[in-house]
Design a protein around this ligand. Structure first.
Ligand code: ZN
Length: 284
């Protein structure tokens, strides 16, 4: 199943994207895509409900905005330097264990919402990433059991302000958490839709020019390792999102570096997970 949410920011309703591209309003199911939904086998329950009710589900008009495909979760955990070539372009060593950081969940927006260049920012950068969503609470999970805790996958652009991230004191969180810095979607694909998450092409263009073009087979640490590793340090709750890092080709790694300016168009996608598009606008 491909879960979507639609409508104005903050009042989105749950929907589904069908194989033929039809977008269905499933708000009559009575639940949004929350922690409770994932914790209680929501995708299975929704599928059963759909089998009896699909004929009554209204279609969503083409021009209706898509929101993030799940309700704001307790955590958005990110993995840094998880592709060897990206670690090199960032001037950093390939890490011996996963590098973790948080992104404020208030940064989450819809897949095609504008990205706001923060007030005074000169170094706003892009990062196409495969993200996964937790389906079952994970604490001290082994790598063998890890995939049982994953509900599905989605596309994420981990926007990053490099001055805030790298030139200011302290942690990366400051450069990762600005409003609109986490466009998610277009949809959340349940796990059955993506048989091998470790072999997916992913790409990103800036004003039509290819900047990132790689494959998740280049991961330093795969998803079972990440679930297991993160669950040593915190409990991952249903609906929590883990973003698995970005490949080579961010603005920081260019010579000279290149950053977003108002009016730029960023498009990105992952095989099986659709594409998204953000226009960069100035802070007002
Ligand atoms: Zn990232």
């Amino acid at each position: 199943m491909k879960l979507i949410r639609f409508g104005a920011p903050g009042v989105e309703k749950p929907g589904l994207l069908l194989e033929d591209g039809t977008r269905l309003d499933v708000s009559e199911f009575g639940e949004d895509y929350t922690e409770y939904f994932f914790e209680t086998d929501g995708p299975d329950r929704l599928q059963h409900w759909l089998n009896n009710n699909i004929a009554e589900c209204p279609k969503i008009a083409e021009d209706v905005r898509l929101g993030p495909p799940l309700v704001r979760p307790s955590k958005l955990v990110c993995v840094g330097l998880n592709y060897a070539k990206h670690a090199q372009e960032s001037g950093m060593n390939i890490p011996s264990e996963p590098v973790l950081f948080f992104k404020a969940t208030s940064a989450i927006v819809g897949p095609n919402d504008d990205v706001v260049i923060p007030k005074g920012s000169l170094k706003t950068d892009w990062e196409v990433e495969l993200a996964f969503v937790i389906g079952k609470r994970a604490s001290y999970v082994s790598e063998q059991e890890a995939m049982d805790h994953v509900a599905g996958y989605l596309l994420h652009n981990d926007y990053s302000e490099r001055e805030y991230q790298l030139e200011r004191e302290g942690q990366w969180v400051k450069g990762k958490s600005c409003d609109t810095f986490a466009p998610l979607g277009p949809f959340l694909a349940t796990k059955d839709e993506i048989p091998d998450p470790h072999n997916l092409n992913l790409w990103l263009t800036l004003n039509g020019e290819m900047m990132q073009n790689s494959n998740t087979s280049d991961f330093v640490f795969g998803i079972p390792k990440l679930v297991s590793y993160i669950s040593e340090f915190m409990t991952l709750l249903p609906g929590d999102i883990v973003s698995t890092g970005t490949p080579f080709g961010v603005g920081l790694g260019l010579n000279p570096p290149k950053y977003l300016k108002a009016g730029d168009m960023v498009e990105l996608g992952i095989e099986g997970l659709g594409s998204s598009k953000q226009k960069a606008i100035a802070y007002q």
